[in-house]
Design a binder for this molecule. Structure first.
Ligand code: PLP
Length: 432
């Protein structure tokens, strides 16, 4: 047996043990800043070490410093899961290691990216014929939309609600664009009354905002954009995956009129970091914004048109579609629907527990798998409850601020979360 196979078997067994037992570990890392670094040598080894030494240090040095995103009681930010088939596919992608900047540098990964983004478009009920490609993160996808919008409109103003993700503000800042924040209504949706987009390059409507998973009125934004020639970008980084279930499609009303759309498969579609799906209904505008082909990358014209590096900021591209393909094939539409429905059901259960408990309240309507809630107490007390609950290692949750008040968030996204985990989280919170 070769050393590589021995090491491979050990690594795979490690993964299986980890995924099987992750629920027994503290969710939030229990280390202090600098602890992990202090436990590692300051300089690299002079001589090669065996892979087994790395696995040993993974267990002894790195594991105490891991916050476990695969844990069934990881409820912070937007929880995510990397499923087993996608983990294996990630290894295969690393073995092939294509750098897909031109079609010819990796025809298969370039074309599989087209196929998988088409497949997901079908699963989410998007219009046929949109051009899809994969970026690393929604921040990059939104940056790309800002660039394309500014390129085609010649304008320099970006608009989003006060609850649009900070990626919009960061993108606008990096590009030197002016950002206008629009107030939201009582349910944290962007207000469109009196909204003037006449000088706006782009408006970002969010389907599933980060704080509350509220859904902006995309049809009204599309109407305004049609009148003013403004680019409509829809950020469905989290909630987009829910559209695989027809009962949630109401939230995508009007999205068929968008110029671009982002959905992160690495959030709620069982795909390991990173995999941000970016579609556009205006591929030629995207290409004209991004295409820059120096002599050393020139290929025959018909090949150039297929090179995905011409549709976004980055040249070298990973084989991200392989893990997405694994998810789509090994879970299928029904598997994804089952997971989404179960997470929304569990969120509903948690919301019921909160609503039924005197002294606690829901702070926003439950949307998808996110519950925003608080104890009817000061901000400081709510923050202290969260700190104590997280420090227990039993759960990891995060917070936001709504109408000036400190609010706790429980976001479900792990394929391992069960009803028992929801009850345990609630017990921990009430006793914290
Ligand atoms: C609605 C929304 N948009 C964008 C992002 C940024 O995602 P990424 O980390 O992929 O850049 C997030 C992250 O949670 C998000 O919730």
């Amino acid at each position: 047996m070769s050393e590589f196979l021995d090491d491979g078997r050990a690594a795979l067994e490690w993964v299986e043990r980890y995924l099987d037992g992750v629920g027994e570990l503290p969710v939030l890392a229990q280390v202090k800043p600098g602890d992990v670094r202090a436990a590692l040598p300051a300089s690299p080894p002079d001589e090669p070490e065996p892979f087994s030494a790395l696995l040993k240090d993974l267990d002894e040095v790195l594991m105490p410093g891991m916050t476990h995103w695969q844990h069934p009681r990881f409820f912070a930010y937007f929880a995510a899961s990397a499923s087993r088939p996608a983990i294996l596919a990630e290894m295969l992608a690393a073995a092939l290691n294509p750098v897909a900047f031109l079609w010819r540098t990796s025809p298969a990964s370039t074309e599989l990216e087209g196929v998988t983004t088409d497949w997901v478009a079908q699963l989410l009920g998007l219009p046929a014929g949109w051009h899809g490609h994969i970026e690393d993160a929604a921040s990059t996808s939104t940056l790309a939309a800002l660039i394309a919008a500014r390129h085609v409109t010649g304008r320099n103003v970006a608009v989003g609600s006060e609850h649009a993700h900070s990626a919009l503000e960061k993108g606008a800042r990096m590009l030197g664009m002016e950002l206008r924040r629009v107030p939201s209504d009582g349910e944290y949706r962007m207000r469109t009354d009196g909204l003037d987009l006449s000088d706006a390059a782009i408006v970002v409507g969010t389907v599933g905002t980060t704080s509350t998973a509220s859904v902006d009125p995309v049809p009204a934004l599309a109407d305004l954009c049609a009148q003013t020639g403004t680019w409509l970008h829809v950020d469905a980084a989290y909630a987009g995956s829910a559209m695989v279930c027809p009962e949630f499609r109401w939230a995508f009303e009007g999205v068929e009129r968008a110029d671009s759309l982002v959905v992160n498969a690495h959030k709620w579609m069982l795909t390991p970091m990173d995999c941000s799906l970016l579609w556009t209904s205006r591929p030629e505008d995207f290409r004209s914004a991004f295409s820059l082909v120096p002599e050393f990358l020139r290929t025959p014209d018909e090949e150039d048109a297929l090179s995905l590096s011409e549709y976004g900021p980055v040249l070298g591209r990973r084989f991200r579609s392989l893990k997405l393909w694994a998810v789509l094939r090994c879970h299928g539409r029904s598997g994804l629907q089952r997971m989404i429905r179960e997470h929304v059901r569990l969120a509903g259960l948690f919301a019921e527990l909160v609503a039924a408990e005197p002294g606690w309240e829901l702070a926003a309507p439950q949307r998808f798998s996110l519950v925003c809630f608080r104890k009817e107490a000061s901000d400081e007390e709510n923050a202290a409850i969260l700190e104590r609950a997280n420090a227990s290692g039993e759960v990891f949750m995060s917070h936001t601020r709504l109408d000036g008040r400190y609010v706790l968030r429980l976001a479900i996204g792990s394929e391992r979360t069960t009803e028992a985990d929801i009850h345990r989280a609630w017990d921990v919170l009430r006793s914290s």
